[in-house]
Write a protein that binds this ligand. Structure first.
Ligand code: ATP
Length: 632
């Protein structure tokens, strides 16, 4: 399973994503959260108010007990001037009951406001993060996509982005409430009885230290887990795409085992998170419980026996009840810190992956001031080009050739010789290691990428069609063509003949990747697409797969119409294409070993001539012939 590193992974760490220069969570808030700050502020304030209001019932309860039930103190409410308070006991009791009721109603209203604001905030941020992660992904080098499995990228764009949302939605609100509650209650506890508060808070440093350890431990486990989600997605995505092969080869049990293996790996890593969580959470609960028990023991002793050693003053029953209520509200959130740290670290691992896409350096990028290629004449030149997918293993070596506008250059050679790679270099899907590819004399690295790719039409070996109608696929990339132009191209590319017979004509949906069409039909749609793009330079990677003679002829006619008057670089598998080319390059192991027109090469009597002499079929078996030529 291990591959030697390629360009995509050599300069990067574990997962081939870019290194972030700041914490992913800072990036999340500073870049994506900021535009929706009002929602966040409303949510936070609502959360603060609902928590503060929540403190009212225990305070009122304590005061009521001490003033009205035990009669140990006068009826006093914090922050309320004594003159405003009722003087009769019944009036005071009614005020207490009213305050308790009002505080519950207000808490509900503000909790609702907080929930709605945070849900809007998190969903909007999710949308912005997803769109920007997609944009970042799209600009990455082809080398990234060669290396990275679709499932991994999908899991970043889907699962990891969603993970960030659920963190913002449930955890951020919870964390703010928690901080407010802990700080607020700690303050009130000190205000009520500083000596007893020390007993309650003595557990806090322990809890904090333990939580820091937990956060560190769980971070690496979450990173591994996010990776495993990607691996599992990759497996599933591969199998869905290859379902036909699986069924045809009857490899269902084998694939089930492979999916089970990936799922088990995911399970293992989830469990490693869960195990840590299940050690941490009860320990936190225990420490919090001890803090409550200690408060109860010390306060109870104080009430029953008198001030314990090192303590002074008196404690009232109502005060103690308030204190215990608040202590309970203090220790519960303490125990909840774990859930928040957990969710934070999970989101952080997702954030690293999502923002890693944007921070990944791109080598095939436009210069600051790119040269416009508009209009294009169509002069194409390769100057001593060397390129390898891994720089130490060149697959194109010192290739030079030139095609003046309107000329056709055919590339022939055995499989793996580097023909398709040369074709891709014209589009600048990769950058050359040495030498240069020039269009109209401009090095493609200096040219505007959009101009370059508009100027070069590419009909690849494996035609990719999008799920959609025939019409949508025809006009893909040339969206503003008229109906007549579309129909003319469809006729020229011999699409019209079959499109009209489809159930809904041009509006027939062709399925994912165009599965509802035959290979030859897909090929012709891609030729029509190139016609509508009307490029000055054409790169044709002829399909090697055999089609029937009639289809073959239709494709040939379509290609001939398409390449008319355009500079054409064709990876040729058919004699007709080769014979009519202005220049033929024989490529072997990345090098040009013969070059010239068909007649020149025949006269030369080299490998091409030998090949031609024995070639009887329409498709050329360069492999066998060149092997014969070498006397192997
Ligand atoms: N994306 C890639 N990443 C790494 N290596 C690649 C990649 N694409 C092709 N190669 C390797 O580069 C070499 C040249 O491949 P290329 O597709 O250019 O050959 P070709 O002459 O077009 O072959 P064919 O006639 O079979 O299409 C091969 O050894 C191949 O394994």
């Amino acid at each position: 399973m291990s591959h030697p590193p390629t360009r995509a992974s050599e300069s990067h760490s574990t997962d081939g994503l870019g290194d972030l220069d700041r914490d992913p969570m800072v990036e999340l808030f500073a870049t994506y959260g900021r535009p929706h700050l009002p929602l966040f502020v409303v949510g936070t304030l609502a959360s603060l108010v609902s928590r503060t209001v929540g403190l009212v019932p225990p305070l009122v309860l304590g005061v009521t007990i001490d003033a009205l039930l035990t009669g140990n103190a006068t009826y006093r409410l914090p922050l309320v001037p004594a003159a405003w308070l009722p003087t009769t006991e019944l009036g005071q009791f009614q005020l207490s009951a009213g305050l308790i009721l009002a505080s519950f109603v207000l808490a509900v209203v503000f909790t609702w406001t907080q929930g709605v604001s945070m849900a809007l905030f998190s969903n909007r941020v999710q949308h912005a993060v997803r769109v920007s992660a997609y944009t970042a992904m799209q600009r990455l080098d082809m080398a990234f996509f060669d290396d990275k499995q679709t499932g991994q990228v999908m899991s970043i764009l889907n699962n990891d982005v969603r993970n960030l949302r659920s963190f913002l939605d449930s955890t951020v609100g919870g964390a703010i409430q928690l901080v407010v509650t802990i700080l607020g209650i700690a303050g009130v506890l000190f205000w009520l009885n500083a000596q007893l508060a020390v007993v309650t808070l003595v557990a806090v440093p322990l809890l904090a230290g333990f939580t820091v350890w937990f956060a560190r431990e769980i971070r690496t486990r979450y990173r591994a887990l996010r990776e495993a989600v990607g691996e599992l997605n990759t497996r599933l995505e591969n199998n869905l795409s290859g379902i036909e092969v699986i069924k045809a080869a009857a490899t269902e049990p084998y694939e089930e085992a492979r999916v089970a293996e990936a799922s088990e790996d995911y399970l293992e890593r989830s469990l490693s998170v869960v195990r840590l969580d299940y050690f941490y959470n009860p320990t936190m609960d225990l420490l919090a419980g001890l803090s409550f028990a200690a408060t109860f023991a010390v306060g109870g002793y104080w009430l029953l026996v008198g001030a314990p050693p090192f303590f002074s003053g008196t404690l009232l029953v109502g005060e103690f009840v308030t204190f215990l209520f608040l202590t309970q509200r203090f220790v519960d959130p303490l125990a909840g810190i774990g859930r928040i740290v957990n969710s934070y670290e999970n989101a952080r691992a997702s954030g690293e992956r999502v923002f890693g896409l944007a921070h990944r350096p791109v080598s095939v990028a436009e210069r600051a001031a790119p040269v416009a290629l508009d209009p294009v004449e169509g002069h194409l030149a390769f100057e001593d080009v060397t390129f390898g997918y891994r720089p130490e293993e060149p697959v194109v070596r010192g290739v030079s050739f030139e095609a003046t506008p309107g000329e056709t250059v055919a590339l022939v050679g055995p499989t793996g010789a580097g023909k398709s790679t040369l074709a891709k270099l014209v589009l600048r899907l990769y950058d050359t290691d040495t030498g240069a590819v020039r269009v109209d004399g401009v090095d493609v690295r200096d040219a505007s990428l959009a101009d370059l790719r508009r100027a070069v039409g590419y009909v690849s070996q494996d035609v990719y069609l999008f799920d959609g109608t025939v019409r949508e696929n025809l006009v893909y990339g040339a969206f503003d063509v008229t109906e007549d132009e579309m129909l003319a191209a469809a006729r020229d590319a011999e699409v019209d003949s079959f499109a009209r017979d489809l159930p809904d004509g041009y509006d027939t949906r062709i399925g994912e990747r165009g599965v509802k069409l035959s290979g030859g039909q897909r090929q012709r749609i891609s030729i029509a697409r190139a016609m509508l793009q009307d490029p000055r330079i054409l790169v044709l990677d002829e399909a090697t797969s055999a089609v029937d003679t009639e289809t073959e002829r239709a494709i040939q006619r379509a290609l001939a119409r398409l390449s008319e008057g355009r500079t054409t670089l064709v990876v040729a598998h058919r004699l007709s294409t080769v014979r009519d080319a202005d220049t033929i390059l024989v490529l072997e192991d990345g090098r040009v070993t013969e070059r010239g027109s068909h007649d020149d090469l025949l006269a030369e009597g080299g490998k091409y001539a030998a090949l031609w002499a024995v070639q009887a079929d329409a498709a050329v078996d360069f492999d066998a012939l060149l092997a014969d030529g070498r006397g192997e």
